[in-house]
Design a protein around this ligand. Structure first.
Ligand code: C2O
Ligand code: CU
Length: 465
């Protein structure tokens, strides 16, 4: 068999052109978008001594299918809701049209059981993103409604393999192995969020990938957990971070001792296998000074005698000039509340309530003294306006603040601008300044990605006109 020559391919393209010229109406030509079905499924999450766990997954898979698209390409998916609950899909970290952002109650109506919604957008930036449910998220994400979305560079960096690793923890009933259904738990809402008792990568507690010594892997890490902060290290692997939250770093940074990944955050690593054949390399999860295998990489051979040269930086994404700090509008966000906090009253549903009354309403947190979404945004910004937002975490817990639709830069203590991010992790008592140009028009959510916190007060929004 011979492959068609380039000339033949061009000729085929021409033939397609002729068909178009016969002029069938455009609507008839565009096939309906690929389906993305949110539905119940059973997966063997816990060790084999347990029965399968009933989850909610996209196309019944855990994680949902990896959606891959070339940079500048279009993503079209018809969400089909086969769940017993209304839902929507948010495309986390993508700078897309506001109408496609998938926030039920803000950018679209929730999709009722049996209903559909067509998502259709262009992916302007290469990198590692993810999609997840954005209605009753503390429940729906905990049940498994998420997947990775990879936007490929025109020229991919040199690597032998490209692996997506979605990290999550599951709160399972230790007897039945089923998902704990107390999604409104007061404790989760008022403390560190819903933390699981089974930790997994790509839905497996014993996740493993066979590799060879001196192989180079691109690892795309996604933290899909409701609240867990993953502290990660490498063993038998040597690597550099080339991107955070999808966006390339100007210079690859060595994975120092550990890498912190808050809920919603991503990190792209380029790692070389340095363990010997017969050994296991690991992505290590560090908890209270102890290491656990988050993913195991059994070394089954040798790929090459020598290691490769250090990886180079990924090409930057378009239109990411640093914001003009001198002209930036100052904004502030004071985070308060929660257990062991010092909030004694806040505005809830337009009325001043004591903390005790908030607790009765199962609401625990406030932004600038107000609980949850308000009819008016935190700020109304002109398109392109530079903003400098100071966030103070005056609570006893860490929070991962996520801005929809735009990336920002963390301002370092010395005033320099850090890497682009869409989610920033604030430890208890910490203050962080971020800066960005409000260049994407629409209504954009700004909330804690500890999803139980978001649903008990930590949610606001920005309007870009
Ligand atoms: Cu990844 Cu508003 O969420
Ligand atoms: Cu939080």
């Amino acid at each position: 068999m011979t492959l068609p020559s380039r000339r033949d391919l061009l000729a085929l393209g021409g033939a397609a052109g002729v068909a178009l010229a016969f002029g069938r109406p455009l609507a008839a030509q565009s096939a309906s978008p690929a389906a993305l079905t949110a539905r119940e499924a059973e997966v063997q999450l816990a060790p084999p001594a347990y029965p399968a766990t009933r989850i909610w997954g996209y196309d019944g898979a855990l994680p949902g299918p990896v959606i891959r698209v070339a940079q500048g390409g279009r993503v079209t998916r018809r969400l089909i809701n086969d769940l017993p609950q209304p839902t929507s899909v948010h495309w986390h970290g993508l700078r897309i049209d506001n109408a496609m952002d998938g926030v039920a109650g803000l950018t679209q109506d929730p999709v009722a059981p049996g209903g559909t919604f067509d998502y259709d957008f262009v992916a302007p930036d290469a990198g590692t993103y993810w999609y997840h449910a954005h209605n009753r998220s503390a429940e729906q994400v905990a049940r498994g409604l998420y997947g990775a979305l990879v936007v490929e560079e025109a020229e991919a960096p040199e690597a032998d393999r490209d692996e997506v690793l979605v990290l999550d923890d599951w709160l399972l009933d230790p007897q039945s192995g089923q998902i704990d259904a107390d999604f409104l738990s007061r404790h989760s809402r008022s403390h560190a969020g819903r933390l699981g008792n089974l930790i997994a990568t790509n839905g497996r507690h014993d996740h493993a990938i066979e590799v060879r010594r001196h192989q180079r892997l691109r690892l795309r890490l996604v933290n899909a957990a409701n609240a867990r902060i993953f502290q990660l290290a490498l063993l038998g692997l040597e690597g550099r971070i080339v991107a955070l939250d999808g966006m390339p770093l100007e210079a690859p940074a060595p994975v120092a001792e550990t890498l912190l990944l808050g809920p919603g955050q991503r990190a792209d690593l380029i790692v070389d296998v340095v363990a010997e054949p017969g050994e296991d390399a690991h992505l290590v999860r560090v908890e209270r000074g102890e290491g656990f295998s988050q993913s195991r990489f059994p070394v089954v051979g040798v790929a090459s005698r020598a290691r490769r040269d250090a990886p180079v930086a990924l090409p930057p994404n378009p239109g990411m000039a640093p914001p003009r700090l001198a002209e930036a509008r100052p904004l502030r966000l004071e985070m308060s509340g929660g257990a062991m906090g010092r909030l004694d009253a806040a505005i809830l549903d337009g009325r001043r309530r004591s903390f005790g009354q908030m607790v009765e309403a199962n609401q625990f947190w406030a932004f600038n003294g107000t609980v949850g979404m308000t009819p008016t945004p935190l700020a109304e910004l002109a398109r392109g306006e530079p903003v400098r937002l100071s966030i103070r975490n005056d609570t006893a817990f860490p929070h991962a603040m996520h801005l929809h639709g735009m990336h920002f830069r963390e301002i370092a203590a010395d005033g320099t601008l850090g890497p682009l991010r869409d989610t920033t992790l604030l430890q208890r008592g910490e203050t962080r300044e971020i800066a960005f140009a409000a260049d994407n028009p629409g209504d954009w959510l700004f909330h804690c990605h500890m999803l139980s916190h978001a649903e008990s007060g930590m949610m606001t929004w920005l309007k870009v006109t």
